[in-house]
Design a protein around this ligand. Structure first.
Ligand code: DLZ
Length: 162
């Protein structure tokens, strides 16, 4: 793949987030990657007006736990969106597939059950280098993308609320 930054976006297209409240649940498995995703997500939320007080961060052991961590956050506080950050790297066994299926289905289900967005900010890569490249490396930072999605979806939820 050529050196494309996948996280480039038009800042003008992002609504003001100063009145929004966000939860972030981050997996500590592959933390050298996921903590960079976290940094990107927080910086991007703040760039668009979110305040430190309105960004609640919680850690879980691995990506499989993101679903339940996100549900705890949604129950715990009045949030406009929850961002789920993780990194699953292909190993020698089918474990990768099961974790990816579990977290994908889990987050999808949360989106259906709650009236707020749960954003899928999970890297699923074949190699460690591919993950590094997408966590503040040559292909951008998936944490930034997740934050932009959270703001846009929270704004859409407010717009369409009766
Ligand atoms: C067990 C495991 C493995 C092998 N690989 C990863 C990974 O690449 N990324 C990740 O986020 N978590 C991994 N885990 C941990 C699982 O997500 C989970 O924490 C454990 O299976 C306990 O439920």
């Amino acid at each position: 793949m050529s050196t494309v930054n996948l996280s480039v976006y038009d800042p003008e297209s992002v609504p003001d987030a100063s009145e929004m409240r966000f939860g972030i649940v981050v997996s500590d498995w592959n933390r050298e990657v996921t903590w960079s995703l976290l940094e990107g997500a927080v910086n991007t939320l703040e760039k668009h007006g979110a305040t430190d007080d309105n960004i609640i961060v919680k850690h879980v052991p691995g990506s499989f736990e993101l679903t339940l961590g996100a549900q705890f956050l949604a129950e715990y506080d009045d949030l406009d969106a929850v961002i789920c950050l993780g990194c699953v790297i292909q190993g020698e066994t089918p474990h990768f597939t099961y974790i990816c299926q579990g977290v994908t289905q889990g987050i999808t289900q949360l989106n259906m059950e709650y009236n707020i967005p749960f954003v899928f900010g999970v890297l699923t890569t074949n190699t460690h280098q591919q993950a590094i490249d997408r966590a503040g490396g040559i292909h951008g930072n998936k944490g930034d993308e997740a934050a932009v999605t959270a703001i846009k979806m929270a704004a859409l939820q407010r717009e369409t609320e009766k």
